[in-house]
Design a protein around this ligand. Structure first.
Ligand SMILES: NC(=O)c1ccc[n+]([C@@H]2O[C@H](COP(=O)([O-])OP(=O)(O)OC[C@H]3O[C@@H](n4cnc5c(N)ncnc54)[C@H](OP(=O)(O)O)[C@@H]3O)[C@@H](O)[C@H]2O)c1
Length: 267
């Protein structure tokens, strides 16, 4: 596995094994994304409500990297007409297709069957290659599948050794759903954990690199966000070491369903 490796989605399409998150990318977004592309990041995660789409589009154009070698995940809000939102996202990004459109979160009532229908239509028309969900429990995903027959390609959820779920991992494996791991660095809140620090020292890597590598070895796709160049560099420099099976177990045992946002909506 290296920084250009991909995972295969249930549709046969391929997605990079690691990405860049852009929520609260407060410095110059275009410059940061361009630098990330130069470093080898090929998956960029954004959303209609992050305000980063226009500058991401600008960076992609400036990079002169073929569109088909870059992977864009973006989202529609639960209050949106998801079909129309797909079109406005395309406009903001300056692209003619999106790789993956997600429902950002389930609506307060129900599973969002109408939101899902809008994305199915967008996919049929080629506006997006794949569709998925974010912050969904397995029960809510089941409801979408029951209503439409369409299985999401991805569930994007908060995911780190401190907060994840074995049953969700199994459910996604059974349905060939890839987990995109958001806040994989716990928004820095657990980087000083004693066990993590010991492992970082053992592998001569940073705590953040251990967290990212844990995701890669689990087959889940981390999308760490970084403004700072040294962080961007560090987060993709995770392909020259391997966490042993025993140390993966140690990391797995740190699970306490921790959430840097408040709670894990899928547990
Ligand atoms: N679907 C959803 O509902 C949802 C929710 C939350 C997030 N997301 C997505 O997931 C992405 C990542 O999650 P997140 O932004 O919440 O949190 P995160 O990636 O866990 O943490 C970002 C924080 O970690 C710092 N950082 C980055 N690399 C580091 C390193 N190597 N060492 C030390 N600190 C480092 C960053 O600092 P600097 O910026 O200063 O470099 C920033 O403060 C988001 O940007 C967004 O794209 C999706």
């Amino acid at each position: 596995m290296d920084k250009h490796s991909t995972v295969q989605l249930r549709t046969g399409n391929k997605m990079p094994v690691i990405g860049l998150g852009t929520w609260q990318l407060t410095l110059d977004t275009a410059e940061t994304v361009l630098y990330a592309l130069e470093l080898g990041y090929r998956l960029i995660d954004t959303s209609s409500d992050y305000g980063t789409q226009p500058r991401i589009g600008e960076a992609i154009e400036k990079s002169q990297i073929d569109r088909n070698r870059i992977y864009i995940t973006t989202k529609a809000e639960e209050t949106d007409d998801t079909y129309e939102r797909t079109k406005s996202n395309l406009k903001e990004l300056g692209l003619d297709y999106i790789d993956l459109m997600l429902i950002h979160r389930p609506p307060p009532i129900g599973a969002g069957e109408d939101l899902w229908e809008g994305l199915i239509k967008a996919k049929k028309e080629g506006l997006t290659r794949d569709i998925g969900v974010s912050n969904y429990s397995s029960e809510l995903i089941d409801q979408l599948i029951k209503a439409s027959g369409e299985i999401p390609a991805v569930n994007q959820i908060e995911w780190s050794p401190f907060g994840y779920s074995e049953p969700m991992l199994k459910y996604c494996a059974q349905h060939q759903i890839i987990i995109q791991a958001y806040s994989p660095l716990t928004r820095t809140k657990r980087l000083d954990d004693e066990t993590l620090l010991q492992l970082a020292q053992k592998y001569a890597k940073s705590p953040a690199q251990i967290l990212t590598r844990w995701n890669l070895q689990l087959g889940t796709v981390p999308i760490p966000k970084a403004n700072q160049k040294k962080h961007l560099e560090e987060n993709i420099d995770v392909f020259d070491f391997e966490i042993s099976a025993e140390d993966m177990k140690t990391l797995n045992s740190l699970n306490e369903h921790y959430s840097s946002l408040g709670f894990l909506p899928y547990v």
